[in-house]
Design a binder for this molecule. Sequence first.
Ligand code: HXC
Length: 519
Amino acid sequence: MNNQDKIKKLIDLRAEAKLGGGLKRIEAQHKKGKFTARERIDMLLDEGSFEEFDMFVTHRCTNFELEKSKYLGDGVVTGHGTIDGRVVYVFAQDFTIFGGSLSETFAIKICKIMDMAMKAGAPIIGINDSGGARIQEGVTSLAGYAEIFERNILASGVIPQISAIFGPCAGGAVYSPALTDFIMMNEQNSYMFVTGPKVVKTVTGEDISIEDLGGGKVHASKSGVAHFLVENEKEGLMLLRKLLCYLPQNNLEDPIITDCTDPIERKEEFLNEIIPESPNQPYDIKDVIHLIVDYGEFMEIHRNYAKNIVVGFAKFNGQPVGIVANQPNYLAGVLDIESSRKAARFVRFCDSFNIPVVTLVDVPGFLPGSKQEYGGIITHGAKLMFAYGEATVPKITITLRKSYGGAHDVMSCKQLRGDLNYAWPTAEIAVMGATGAVEVLEGKKIREIDDAEERAKFIADHEDQYKEKFANPYQAASYGYIDDIIEPMNTRFRIIRGLQSLVTKKLINPPKKHSNIPL
Ligand code: HXC
């Protein structure tokens, strides 16, 4: 073979590798409304930036005559490229080769790319579309998964790890995405479950469709496993590009501050009117968020899960921040098991990656009741407190209205090392609301009053007295627990000033192997 033949061989082999499992299977993939692994990578990365690794790897399995079916690349496309000019490492499982199932060599390819991402200090994005462990390989496939899991664990908090589920992701395979920071699913063909519908039927007798068991909608709203739900793959890949603009490359870097033309001192008069006169009337906290952040742009995470708390990324004068906000529009913004877990994980992510946290508080307390107690609200609520208390990133808290009881402490109060704690004049910072307080303090007297009108007047008078004393931010401000009471329309300006003042913040927790967050 002369040199020209050698070059031609390379070109031919590359062309063969790019066809994955062959044209027929690519066609089948397209028929299901799915893109191929390479098409997905091309859409995700900056044009022409992808550098592929290990295109010539094939499996080594000889069970069930598998040595007769070998495909270049062995079912996963790996490499690196850029998103908005910043390096990312990627792998995309190729369903056209053995259904994207994971073999020993397939796992080695993914591990190599994960190790490279760690060495380079760059994010890793995995696109999952796989039938799980390659059945013909047996235990080497299981070992391969465990090699990946261990790397997910060690990379956690060092580089951002993001998973897109664009096909099946079943059995133990779900645990690699679950160990990453964000999971994206789509409405059309994403499935995640530990055991599929057939096994569920056999073991428990439950009849359930694949969508109802582990579809994107279910995981984005009921289980909270998925952070993002998109209509289709293309939308999802564009969203992943956007997500990265809020994140640093690794835990030793800060997120990039971009130029901003949205005025810092933009006043929003509507904010002076947004809090209803009645404390029981809701409003949409997202209206507040959109009015204060740069260009009104807010990237919400877990939009359909635990809607009583809102979390997501935004920018203030070009500085990326994480926002955590109680949502009075849903369950009155109460803290419960799901909302505590959702916010705790988000705060910990932000803290891992040097992203300041802005907290907007309007919380009536923890949701009472046996369902919550039996479900362990004590432990789950403690997670959120732990996350805030442990976080060393800049923390700015604005109390808009209610901040009652334990929930006041949990929501980034001064004593959990809140750096700047501001309140609107409409804030009510107290042990509990007026009605509950009067019932506890005056209950005996109330029950002794026979006349209904007289009783109502007694309650109203005492509630007024209580509100006068506690349903305001001034008691907290008099102790310095609130640094300033601000006019709502100036909130954007005050947050930006605060963030600027905290740019050089350094806070180091006591040395330890690791903390023991109440899991
Ligand atoms: C080997 C597999 C495979 C697997 C699919 N294929 N899954 N090959 N190992 N796990 C092959 C099929 O034989 C077929 O090959 C091709 O991939 C496409 O599969 P189809 O069944 O034709 O596709 P579809 O109808 O879309 O169904 C997709 C599917 C189904 C739902 C994923 O293939 C399926 O149920 N697969 C098995 C899933 C499973 O039980 N996996 C093990 C989970 S347990 P040809 O040559 O015909 O194209 C697990 C443990 C992990 O993963 C533990 C980690 C700790």
